[in-house]
Design a protein around this ligand. Sequence first.
Ligand code: HAM
Length: 421
Amino acid sequence: MKLQSIRGVKDILPKEIWKWKRVESVAHKIFSRYGFDEIRIPIFENTRLFSRSIGETTDIVEKEMYTFQDRGGDSITLRPEGTASVVRAYIEHKMYAPTSVSKMFYIGPMFRYERPQAGRLRQFYQIGVEAMGSPSPSVDVEVMTMLLEFFNALGLKDSRLQINSLGNHNCRPQYRDLLKLKIKNQLDCLCKNCVNRYVRNPLRVLDCKVEQCQEVAKKLPKIIDHLDDESKNHFAEVQKLLNIAKAPYTINTNLVRGLDYYNMTAFEVTSENLGSQNAICGGGRYDTLVEELSGPPTPCFGFALGLERLISLIPFKEENPNVNPDIFLVCLGEAGRVSGFQAAHELRLAGFKVDRDYEMASMKSQMRKANKSNCHFTLILGENEIQSGKYILKNMNNSEQHEIDSQNLVSEIGNWITLKN
Ligand code: HAM
């Protein structure tokens, strides 16, 4: 049997990883400016945590979780998202911050048993952000502008911020009933999925991707026309602050999100360059989840973005900056084997990036490998050089050669190569 990775699960190869590290380091830098610190949450949790927080009737909980029984008989689930775990950790470690907001972000893999296609994986990576402890619309907008600043810093173009309000727990149940009533006479125009959703999760009909459902959705009542005063004011303030920040956005009244914990502001950032799976990022306010999981009342706002989707959109300018060695060693003969080992060891300890050939092939073949490695310099240790104790350092850009005293290898090479960090 040929062993292969599982469908919908991808390796991130060494030639790609520098892009991931770049994105992650920009996230660290920009998020810390806004007071966010990293949290590392477990890959797996008790199944109940996800079913209670994401919602029993959501696609994720009904169809997409990787759930198994461990050897002790407990039901365990590979995390399909990070918010539930952050909330669990917040409560478990009493991370309540009475005078300010607890701000955390996480980076890591999530698992959903979805049908794999372009942009949709079964193991995918997210960067997620959670701001916990304030109902203020300023938090909503600070977090969204932080996200836009992050995208800007990465050179992302053609992304679109879409916002909506899902109302609060006073006005949404009434809207839900109204929606059900309106959908009821049109059930035969909906896809099978939506017919099922209609009973338990009618809001999902609004953002179904199937064309016939979109036609129905266009004419259904809009939640922003049925908000109570608190929700209306919150949404107006969010728009006012987005305008002050000069953040471009559109209101998408059909945006409802696929997880149940949201209220008030919901948002997504999409890109036309992603194909049908066009969401780079999604999030919103979830003011009651902490309480529902037995914590104190804690209004929260957060988002998560899909790293594979984001990275596919960034116009990276340079080639992999990590692979080019400073020095490639060309060592010949038996003496070269030992002196080469010693030279590589000393130079690496001193901070130089060193690569070499281990086969001790001919000079010509080693120079070919040196060229292929895109090294900046070669250090040549032939029999004569080893005997005289004078190695040759060759600049591969201009072919200039310099004699290097093998006794003062590191300091003499330091005259020609500056270490970057
Ligand atoms: P979500 O919308 O389910 O939200 O996922 C966020 C992002 O993860 C999506 O916009 C997408 O870029 C990426 N994503 C989701 N599923 C897949 C997949 N199968 N393959 C590739 N990428 C995918 C959440 O997860 C919420 N926890 C966000 C949040 C945080 N809300 C509040 N705080």
